[in-house]
Structure formats: C-alpha cells, structure tokens
Design a protein around this ligand. Structure first.
Ligand code: IMP
Ligand code: MG
Length: 170
C-alpha cells in the first residue's frame, strides 16, 4: 500500500520529551505506575518512560478490539492483564492512538474500579474524526484529523510497526 510521511522521527521525539517533562513535574514525589497498551504503544512507552525524570513502574495490558482490518469491531476485551498491584496508586494508561475511543473508555472504567488514586490517559495520537466514545486525553502527543496511520509501533495487519516515523496510508 502507498504511504506518505505524516510525523517525522524528530517531531515524535520532541513531543515525547515534552510529555515526559510535564508528567515528571505533575507526578513529582508520587509512586507513578505507567500501564502500556500492547502492542502498538511499545516504542512510545519505552521512549516516554526513559524520558521521565522521576521513578516510575511499568506494566502492560493487551486489549483486543480491532480485527485484522482498519475498522473497529465495536467490542473490547482484555487478553492480557497487569501483574503489579495498583490500588491507591496514581496510574497513567499509555496508548498509541485513540480512534473510536472504545478501547480507552473500556480500560479507564476497568482500572478506575480497582481503586487507583488517579487515572490519566497519555496517547501519542488523538484522532479527531472519530469518537463514538468521548475520551479525554490528558497527555496528548499529536492531534490528527483523519486517515489510517502506521509506523512507530502502529500497524496495518501487523505490517509497518518497525518504521521509526509515522506515515498515513493512501
Ligand atoms: P479505538 O477505536 O479508540 O478503540 O482504538 C483501538 C485501537 O485501534 C488502537 O489502540 C490502535 O491500536 C488501533 N488503531 C486505531 N486507529 C489506528 C490507526 O490509524 N493506525 C493503526 N492502528 C490504529
Ligand atoms: Mg493499540
């Protein structure tokens, strides 16, 4: 499939540093847990966590909502859960991209029920065209109007994840 450059490596890294700086100051002195959403968020998660200047812990979930195509199936299910205890702790869910909002609204509700002290959302990309479910992204890397994006962890049928920059499929 044809693709065009959407966000350069440099632009990604600049935004990651800015988000990390903000998170570091917002959570100073707190026992922050970062929960990454597999698989798409892995590179973003790793770059973000290394750029945050306060001690943090990591864990991961895997949520299935998309089939193998570019359309949301409309239902979300957890196929891998976290292992760290998070009760009473501040948590940030780290996601690659918010499209319909279904995945994050499901995960947000699920983790809020587990007695965390606070739950915020950090997403590299917030797509503006969608929003079946309105989800507020507390820490947002980029707002993108539309299109299907790949690279820097984002895939289309498991392809393109390895690319260091983000492209729009044509
Ligand atoms: P949701 O529609 O907000 O629930 O998004 C579900 C998941 O679909 C996200 O976590 C991404 O992994 C994936 N996704 C949504 N939009 C894109 C895209 O443009 N490119 C690649 N993956 C996407
Ligand atoms: Mg994902």
């Amino acid at each position: 499939m044809e693709k065009e450059l959407c966000i350069s490596k440099e632009a990604i890294q600049k935004r990651v540093q800015a988000l990390a700086k903000k998170i570091s100051s917002d959570y100073e002195g707190e026992d922050l847990v970062l929960i990454g959403i597999l698989n798409g968020a892995v590179f973003f998660f790793a770059d973000l966590m290394r750029a945050i200047r306060i001690p943090t812990k990591m864990d991961f979930v895997r949520a299935a909502s998309y089939g193998s195509n570019m359309q949301s199936s409309g239902s979300v299910r957890l196929t891998k859960d976290i292992e760290l205890p998070i009760e009473g702790k501040p948590v940030i869910l780290v996601e690659d991209i918010v499209d319909s909002g279904l995945t994050l609204s499901y995960l947000k509700e699920k983790f809020e029920q587990r007695g965390v002290s606070s739950l915020k959302i950090c997403a590299l990309i917030d797509k503006l065209e969608r929003k079946e479910k309105d989800v507020f992204v507390d820490y947002c890397g980029f707002q993108i109007q539309d299109g299907f994006l790949v690279g820097y962890g984002l895939d289309c049928n498991e392809e393109y994840r390895y690319l260091p920059e983000i492209y729009r499929l044509k």
